[in-house]
Design a protein around this ligand. Structure first.
Ligand SMILES: [Mg+2]
Length: 322
């Protein structure tokens, strides 16, 4: 099928025009499966058919060289994959189904730009294919700065309403998917957005609130609590921890659980379920991605943790900030 990719008109620098034409030519040759009634190449905007009874959910994220990755240390494909994956993680956080993505590239000029653009596209498109989320459009331009990639994902809410950060009730059990910590050692580039898990969880039981963990639990859990007007207590002994968190702990001298609480970019789901449903959820959950109960929502609007010696302490927001 085909792709609607906007041509930058008027402002394009002539040196860049040939690169952009070459990139558009490259895009025209890519195979993408568009949803039924998707609009073909060459038009000014992409068109999607939309079921009348479902809500549209939209998110966008921008990543750039030196802030979110180092161009010298990653492949263009990894950049494109990550730019889409962080958006798919946000769609998952809402328990929604991705439908299509818009990819916008700001490229440093010069010879290598075409290869960079193609690689970024390929990385995003490959992940998009796994999640039925084709690249349906976008734009490119060049500037005298570093590469930046912005992706916008359109999603469909298959349920009566999306999962929100608000809705957690005192007594609710707090869960996470997967395991936490140490993503800087590589997982931030190859994590799998928890789209399937979020949809399966929502079908299995009534989640009261949820979000994805992008900055670390110590920063993200307070955000959920604030939206729900509640507090929470985490038991650090229950945190599911990665081998990478162990590795980092040996270098940093900090406890492994500290990395599980505070390292950013896990992109796991953080969600709450009524206490009465927690055991049943654990018993029924057969998905390959584990879920772990890590704490409880509390009525007092404060964040606490039970440390590794079982003593109650304040949960401090020491998480990763972009
Ligand atoms: Mg998020």
């Amino acid at each position: 099928m085909s792709i609607s990719f906007a041509l930058t008109s008027g402002l394009a620098i002539s040196r860049y025009d040939s690169m952009e034409q070459a990139f558009l030519q490259f895009l025209a040759n890519q195979k993408q499966t568009l949803p039924t009634d998707g609009l073909g190449i060459g038009d000014d905007a992409a068109v999607l058919a939309w079921p009348a009874d479902s809500k549209l959910v939209v998110c966008t994220d921008l990543i750039s060289d030196e802030t979110d990755f180092h161009l010298a240390e990653v492949t263009p494909q990894q950049i494109g994959r990550k730019a889409l994956a962080i958006n798919l993680s946000d769609i998952a956080a809402m328990a929604c189904q991705p439908v299509g993505a818009l990819l916008t590239l700001l490229l440093p000029g010069g010879e290598a730009s075409l290869e960079l653009a193609q690689g970024i596209y390929q990385g995003a498109a490959k992940l998009g294919e796994q999640f039925n989320c084709p690249i349906i459009g976008g734009d490119t331009n060049s500037w005298p700065g570093k590469v930046a990639v912005s992706i916008t994902v359109l999603g469909r809410c298959p349920f009566a309403k999306p999962l929100l950060r608000q809705g957690a009730q005192p007594g609710d059990a707090i869960f996470v998917t997967g395991s936490l910590g140490g993503s800087i050692l590589g997982h931030h580039l190859d994590f799998i957005p928890r789209v399937d898990e979020a949809l399966a969880l929502t079908q299995t039981c009534g989640l009261t609130a949820g979000m994805d963990i992008s900055d670390g639990i110590s920063i993200d859990l307070p955000r959920l609590c604030k939206q729900s007007s509640v507090g929470a207590e985490i038991d650090v002994r229950q945190l599911p921890l990665t081998a990478a968190a162990q590795q980092l702990s040996q270098k940093s001298g900090k406890p492994v659980w500290w990395h599980g609480l505070n390292d950013g970019e896990d992109f796991e789901l953080l969600f709450t379920v009524p206490a009465a449903d927690a055991d049943q959820l654990l018993a029924q959950w057969t998905n390959a991605t584990p879920i772990t109960r890590i704490g409880t929502i509390r009525p007092e609007r404060e964040l606490t943790m039970l440390g590794d010696d079982g003593t109650r302490q304040p949960l401090l927001p020491e998480g990763f900030s972009h």
